[in-house]
Write a protein that binds this ligand. Structure first.
Ligand code: ATP
Ligand code: MG
Length: 415
């Protein structure tokens, strides 16, 4: 992509209405556009990052056998009444709207009810089970506070997966497979070493704990207590002597930290399937309950977390796995430099390397500053000065150290 064609622009001005570092940087770099508090649109480069995160999540859910669907944002009231989750007194962050006829609708904030209801059309016998199904779609929640940029949106992208099992035993196996997939997602995003499986409240329907996935960060809203040797943690909200004993954790070995909840998995038992009258018939012809789990990942929140954690005073520092491009190509100089840079741009693309080509007539300093703000992993500079020697400047974003490389050395680095 040529920067001269990109319709978004960077800005040096820190947005006055944003206190969150992730939102400040992403807006300054032209990756996202703020519609209103907690509601952001994705511009071309931001969308590339989001799509890469989505694809990592998608690949790992597919690996455990997840079948992707896309549920609807508009929700009929009746299925939510069956589980007693329609009433604002029960769930207080619904956005609701009305049809012209006056009938009330909900704007999807989670999807257990619609997924179970739809599955009921297809699931009748033990032969129809087990399975995982998931979607990656916008959720809408009327959050009280939305000051953390992508970390807490009123409209945000979530991956939600649901497991349907014939027995508790089958459920437990599926649940642990999903947890493994979660760890893989966080590893691939470069936050695996600081993301902890964290015991948390199980929600209103089960006495069991849920598992949160908490990424350590000073901007985290949650207080958690980490056992560094066991690599697990417990959320402050369930930290009682009783629970510590139940979990085999020792208060003296726990360190207090702040975390951002980047995922949450729940045991749902048969609460939703029973309520929506979805059962199966076993081999003996007897009607049985279906045991469910649900598994959420905050996809747009992850983009905010990665932006927040991988940044410095110059801007974003994307890990390669999610960067909008691998290379930021700068050209400095006259016709010779233009010719050489154009050629290198084509060659990089032909080698399958994603490249942002800064072909604008800007000062070198402005181009370098933009490459740093945008956080592209490698900068290559083609300048008049080096053309004769047939060399290029190569600057990794994370070290900032420039070396001069020949063409073959350059391709070897990127290979
Ligand atoms: P929180 O406690 O942060 O409000 P939650 O427990 O209500 O989140 P879940 O219903 O468990 O959220 O949703 C699954 C995942 O979706 C969360 O683990 C989180 O990563 C993400 N998520 C939830 N709410 C938001 C939000 N308002 N903005 C962005 N991501 C969110
Ligand atoms: Mg949660």
């Amino acid at each position: 992509m040529r920067l001269s064609h990109l319709f978004t622009k960077t800005t040096k001005n820190v947005p006055a209405d944003e206190t969150a570092r992730n939102a400040q940087l992403l807006i300054q770099a032209g990756f996202i556009h703020k519609e209103m508090a907690g509601v952001y649109a994705y511009m071309p480069l931001g969308l590339r990052v989001l799509e890469k995160i989505k694809n990592i999540v998608r690949e790992e859910m597919n690996t455990v056998g997840g079948q992707e669907v896309l549920m609807t944002t508009l929700q009929p009231r009746d299925i939510w009444e069956k589980t007693d989750r329609w009433d604002d007194a029960k769930v207080d962050n619904w956005f609701k709207t009305k049809l012209a006829s006056g009938a009330e609708l909900g704007v999807g904030l989670t999807h257990e009810e619609p997924i179970v209801d739809a599955s009921g059309n297809y699931v009748h016998s033990y032969k129809d089970l087990p399975f995982f199904t998931y979607q990656i779609a916008n959720k809408f929640r009327n959050e009280l506070r939305a000051k953390s940029g992508l970390l807490r949106g009123r409209e945000f992208l979530m991956k939600d997966m649901y497991s349907f099992a014939r027995s508790q035993e089958e459920h437990e196996q599926m649940y642990e497979r999903a947890v493994e997939a979660y760890h893989k997602v966080y590893e691939r995003l470069g936050i695996g070493d600081r993301t902890y499986r964290t015991y948390a409240d199980g929600g209103i329907f089960t006495p069991r704990f849920s598992d949160e996935f908490q990424t350590l960060s000073d901007v985290g809203e949650d207080k958690i207590f980490v056992d560094e040797t066991k690599k697990i943690a417990i959320n402050e909200e369930i930290m009682t002597d009783d629970n510590l004993a139940k979990l085999g954790l020792n208060r003296g070995e726990l360190v207090e930290k702040r975390g951002v909840e980047v995922g949450n998995t729940f045991h749902l038992e048969s609460k939703y399937t029973d309520a929506l009258d979805v059962y199966y018939v076993n081999e003996q012809g007897e009607r049985r309950s279906i045991i469910m789990g649900c598994y959420g990942i905050g996809v747009s929140r992850l983009m905010g977390v990665v932006a927040e954690l991988f940044s410095d005073d110059k801007g974003l520092v994307w890990p390669e796995a999610v960067a909008p491009a691998r290379v930021y190509l700068v050209r400095i100089g006259g016709d010779d430099a233009i010719r050489h840079a154009d050629e290198l741009y084509e060659d990089l693309k032909a080698s399958g390397i994603e490249v942002l080509y800064d072909d604008r007539d800007e000062r070198p300093g402005a181009k370098f500053a933009d490459s740093e703000l945008m956080g592209i992993p490698y900068r290559i500079t083609v300048s008049d000065r080096l053309i004769e020697a047939e060399k290029y400047e190569f600057t990794p974003r994370n070290s900032g150290e420039t070396t001069e490389l020949t063409r073959s050395e350059l391709f070897a680095k990127l290979g």
